[in-house]
Design a protein around this ligand. Structure first.
Ligand SMILES: [Zn+2]
Length: 331
């Protein structure tokens, strides 16, 4: 049993189980992590979101996932860079003289780059200095080539409007991912499901039975959501006109600009994210279990869950529940 081949069937089965398990049970946030580690098929995760939003960098409002193509091209270019800059090494001679297939692959990368409007001279700039040759890469400040620099240049896309999305560590990744999707309207509301070909008898919001169910409506504009949000704002002692809040992005804008203290703003942002998240859970309770949670109950959930998150994941602070439940900013 020590031989590797004896284990092969077991390993194969394990591998196929693992990939099924990954696609079925790993959450959006988990899959985002898997994609970034290179361990998962990126096609499945972008089902609900447009590809350009996934590959746009986080700084520009996207999810910051690099495409497989970008990684591949960047790794090959790395070889290309090494062959030019370290010509005297033995392996360089081996590749250029005795492995023509590999060499052709590497040499052909210029054509790929051209398709993306990336000038070969920018990636690999040859300069003659004091009768010697030096190579510089135009993407990095110090002129040395890095895989990451080319990857992000390859995947570069114009920033996604001016929506500035904050990824903060106090909040579970799955919740951040949910809010990120919600601000683009890409959560499975009745309206979105119909767009994707699901047959729905009724598009009306089941919380108020008045308006059509969209992400902005169910999470912010709905009378039920407003009641929850109003209670949370009262608890936070944040004065805002509820009429001004109509979309998920309105809530995020309010939270991103609120107050003068970064520490408190982060807490407020955490509270806003989990309020939106809890409203969605309440909606699912109603839609799937016919159980209508009173808004007061949702507000209580928000208080306790944010207390735990900020206490365990946030900045070290001596938080006391008795104070927190009165107002989260007494510290
Ligand atoms: Zn409604």
């Amino acid at each position: 049993m020590n031989l590797k081949k004896n284990w092969a069937p077991v390993l194969d089965r394990f591998q196929s189980k693992l990939s099924k398990w990954k696609s079925k049970t790993v959450s959006f946030g988990g899959r985002l992590t898997l994609i970034k580690s290179g361990g998962s098929d990126e096609k499945k995760v972008i089902h609900w979101i447009l590809r350009d939003k996934v590959t746009t960098s986080k700084e520009s409002g996207g999810l910051g996932v690099s495409t497989i193509k970008a990684l591949n091209v960047s790794l090959i270019t790395k070889w290309w860079w090494r062959l030019r800059t370290k010509q005297d090494q033995l392996w360089a001679a081996v590749i250029t003289s005795s492995l023509p297939g590999v060499w052709n692959n590497i040499a052909g990368i210029g054509n790929d780059l051209k398709k993306k409007n990336i000038q070969v001279q920018t990636v690999l700039d040859k300069r003659i200095v004091n009768n010697g040759v030096i190579w510089r890469c135009g993407f990095t400040p110090d002129g040395s080539f890095t895989v990451n620099a080319l990857r992000s240049r390859w995947d570069y896309r114009t920033p996604l409007t001016n929506r500035n999305f904050q990824w903060i560590k106090e909040i579970l990744l799955k919740v951040s991912c949910f809010i990120w999707r919600a601000q683009w309207g890409r959560i499975p509301t009745a309206k979105e499901l119909v767009k994707r070909g699901v047959n729905m008898e009724n598009l009306t919001c089941q919380m108020c039975n008045v308006k059509e169910e969209t992400a902005d409506h169910i999470l912010v504009d709905c009378a039920y959501a407003k009641k929850v949000m109003e209670g949370v704002m009262r608890w936070c002692k944040v004065h805002t006109h509820m009429e001004d809040l109509q979309a998920v992005s309105d809530v995020l804008n309010l939270a991103n600009k609120w107050g003068m203290c970064t520490k408190k703003r982060k807490i407020f942002l955490t509270i806003c994210y989990s309020t939106l998240w809890r409203i969605w859970i309440a909606r699912n309770e109603k839609v799937f279990k016919r159980n209508r949670l009173p808004p007061e109950k949702v507000i209580e959930y928000v208080k306790s869950v944010t207390f735990l998150w900020v206490k365990s994941r946030g900045i070290k602070m001596n938080l006391i529940w008795a104070n927190w439940s009165q107002c989260p900013f007494f510290f």
